[in-house]
Design a protein around this ligand. Sequence first.
Ligand code: ADP
Length: 401
Amino acid sequence: MIKVIAVNAGSSSIKYKLFEMPEEKVIASGIVERIGHEDAIFKFKGGKEEKKEILPILDHGAGVKLILEALESSGVVSTLKEIAVVGHRVVQGGKYFAKSAYFTKETEDRIEELVPLDPLHAPAHLLGFHAFNDALPEAKAIAVFDTAFHQSMEEEDYLFPIPDEWSEKYDCRRYGAHGTSHQYLSIKGIHDFLNNQKESKIITCHIGSGASLCAIKNGKCVATSMGLTPLGGVMMGTRSGDIDPSVLDYISTCTGKDVHELYEILNRKSGLYGVSGGLSNDTRDIEEAMLKGDKKATRAANLFARRIADYIGQYYVRLGGADLLVFSAGIGENSPIFRKMIIDRVKEALGIELDEEKNESLNRKEGVISTPNSKIMVAIIPTDEELMIARDSYKAWEGTL
Ligand code: ADP
């Protein structure tokens, strides 16, 4: 038995989960938030301890120090040497990584090279890596990429119809995201709902504040909705998803804003938030307002469901059918209203029958929400990206990565 820690380092936060492997048992978890501030937040749960402290945490190194001290003082580990592997989530692996990789100098250089593709996350991942590496020099470190699962896409699924120079010289193409989650959902789906059948066609809907869909054939991704960055694909909490690119030129002419400002607005002020007139990016608020008859909230919810339904239709055709449709992440796991709104928009064409009672009652729990007559089984599967990171960390320890 070994201990591995799954780490998700953002620009001002570090999420962590310590596992005992191969038992896949979570023995500690928490988050450091507002790194760089005097009133940063440190949350820890492990052993008999559960705490939340507000204190100055000025950099990632200080955050990591707090996490490791808490692991020792709570008795979750008797020495830090017990932590054999640190698994780091990395959002963008570009064309270089089709699976997880040891965090070598070469891996680091590649991530550095990919900063222009992911300026928000990539530098933060490297900060997280160095902070853990300094504190646990003897532990192995690996990088688990959000894009890796999507590297099995074929050219016609990942290329954009743009000048070939953009694709070839600048590697401008679809990379997708949420790959670790989609892969987990596919493994769980095949195992728990499709009797481990060899041939399978699955459409996974990871719908949280970020949202993406994936078409998965025999366990391999053939298409996914996010694009060059997580801005593409379906409509999200604050992101527009796919739109006609001429919107940029037109609105730039109308408002005088440049492309960078508009890009920010498409990322942060669009989606549910934008369409609802700034009401909220959170589906809980949108649902509440919709139930009270708010027109903009209703419109935002309708657009959101339509966009996802359209992708489900597209992927049904891309796969030549579907055995299983999976809902996951914040909205997919928790919102019967949105699940029903989406299913209502595809049920006639795809022969799906929703079991309304199960849809209402099965929240955050794995289970089937379609009737036995439904032509496609529909299931909720709570996603677990950290567990996937822990599994690859264990493989790294075994030497089978
Ligand atoms: P992230 O992409 O940040 O990981 P999550 O997958 O945690 O996001 O999803 C968060 C979103 O899930 C919230 O913004 C909200 O829209 C939605 N959500 C969470 N709980 C509920 C709920 N009970 N009902 C409806 N929507 C919910």
